[in-house]
Design a protein around this ligand. Structure first.
Ligand SMILES: [Zn+2]
Length: 194
């Protein structure tokens, strides 16, 4: 992220609370006491900071998607370039199948400050295996079982956005067949790793 853009939050296990990056603070300046603790309506309940301007949208996602434990937002360059064209990233590389289980979809054009972005995330990702949404003309929002998994999805989203961009620049990438996507997604999500 450039300067103070983007944000990350985590659900507090066992409580109707979230912890989120403060607004307008550079990442290398973040310390635990500078993080904002908010309720699931986005109200600050602990901390001496102004929470991220996307807090109400993060809270909306936590209220509506109980399996989500972490949310990340970036304006990473390649993924945001797809968002500017309002073009989903197609499943043409095994890494898209592994991490996202299909195309990375595009969400609506939404204003910052209220729950518009949150509603767009929930509407777009409900019924999708993707953990990332390209919010139109804005950037990437990712979800995960915890904050680290949401960071991982954001990193993977940028990587596949870059690779598929390069593939398209050279010609027409070939779409993966659905049975291959399903096999690879199941293997990566349930078998891969320690
Ligand atoms: Zn943003």
């Amino acid at each position: 992220m450039v300067w103070t853009a983007g944000n990350v939050s985590a659900r507090v296990p066992g409580a109707d609370l979230l912890v989120i990056k403060p607004s307008g603070v550079r990442y290398h300046e973040l310390t635990p006491d500078k993080m904002a603790v908010c309720d699931l309506d986005g109200n600050l309940v602990d901390g001496d900071v102004t929470p991220s301007s996307d807090t109400i949208s993060h809270a909306y996602v936590y209220r509506h998607l109980p399996e989500v434990g972490g949310i990340v937002h970036t304006h990473s360059s390649y993924a945001t370039a797809w968002a500017c064209r309002r073009e989903p990233i197609p499943p043409v590389i095994s890494m898209v199948a592994d991490e996202f289980g299909g195309e990375i979809p595009v969400g609506p054009l939404a204003r910052v400050g209220d729950d518009s972005i949150g509603r767009g995330i929930v509407e777009t990702l409900t019924g999708s295996r993707s953990k990332a949404v390209l919010m139109a003309n804005h950037g990437v929002f990712t979800i995960g079982k915890d904050a680290l998994n949401a960071v991982k999805a954001a990193a993977m989203c940028e990587e596949v956005a870059k690779t598929v961009h390069l593939a398209k620049a050279l010609g027409d990438p070939v779409l993966l067949p659905q049975d291959y996507i399903d096999f690879m997604n199941d293997r990566y999500q349930n078998i891969y790793g320690q």
